[in-house]
Design a protein around this ligand. Structure first.
Ligand code: DX5
Ligand code: ZN
Length: 228
């Protein structure tokens, strides 16, 4: 098995929203590759966060890879808005309704990488029909909505099943984890095939974001190295 490069994606949901520019600088200085941006409609998950203007303003300030996670129903028009705003990758939920295949196609047609996310209770095989249309698979390890929730370990075997299917079909799909990622959970996630680690509270809740990101990266890399 080839070992994909680990990327760390701090989730702005846990950042100081009154100082996003400063938080972006901390993320850059910490050597993180991606910025994870969670978007809500208040219905798919009970929260609200940013809008397309946030993404276009962030785009002007940074070269970092903007990883947009849409937790909203009927994502097609929003995916198009966030693509125009400068997102590099747009992830939509299988549970979001609408034609998932068409949304994924529209994301790629807009020049972005396409991601597919699932809630923790989704069957392991649910994303399989879409694997050749995506660049990223995100089996969530918390229910969408908030930072700081408890990690759901029952998702880990489903991640491993997805990794096996991706390998069996020879596809280039990166697996992302989002929800309760920490130095404690990163090793089992890395062993199951995760290479993109979203972290909110573990990074922004620490007084040294750079050290916290480096610790998660190290924990994942050690486990990845030992994996078969
Ligand atoms: C939850 C979001 C996550 C969240 C993760 O709906 O998708 O990105 O910020 O936060 P932690 O790492 O604190 O679980
Ligand atoms: Zn997210």
């Amino acid at each position: 098995m080839n070992k994909p490069k680990i990327v760390i994606a701090p989730s702005l949901l846990s950042a100081d929203m009154s100082n996003l520019g400063g938080e972006l600088k901390r993320i850059e200085d910490a050597g993180c590759e991606w910025v994870h941006i969670d978007l809500f409609d208040g219905r798919f998950a009970p929260n609200l966060s940013f809008g397309p203007k946030t993404v276009s303003d962030l785009r002007r300030r940074t070269e970092l890879f903007l990883d947009v996670h849409l937790m909203l129903f009927d994502p097609l028009p929003w995916a198009e808005r966030f693509a125009s705003a400068g997102a590099d990758q747009i992830t939509v939920h299988l549970e979001a309704g609408g034609e998932t295949a068409s949304v994924l196609e529209a994301i790629r047609a807009a020049g972005c990488r396409a991601g597919l996310a699932l809630k923790p209770d989704a069957p392991a095989e649910a994303p399989f029909p879409y694997l050749d249309q995506i660049d990223l698979l995100l089996p969530m390890t918390v229910y969408p909505g908030f930072s700081g929730q408890r990690f759901l370990p029952e998702v880990v075997p489903k991640i491993a099943q997805a990794r096996d299917e991706i390998e069996r079909r020879g596809l280039q799909v990166r697996i992302q984890a989002d929800g309760g990622v920490s130095t404690k959970t990163a090793p089992e996630l890395a062993r199951a095939g995760v290479s993109a680690f979203v972290a909110g509270s573990a990074l922004f809740g620490s007084n040294n974001l750079a050290a916290a990101a480096a610790d998660i990266r190290q924990a994942a890399a050690n486990a990845q190295r030992k994996a078969p």
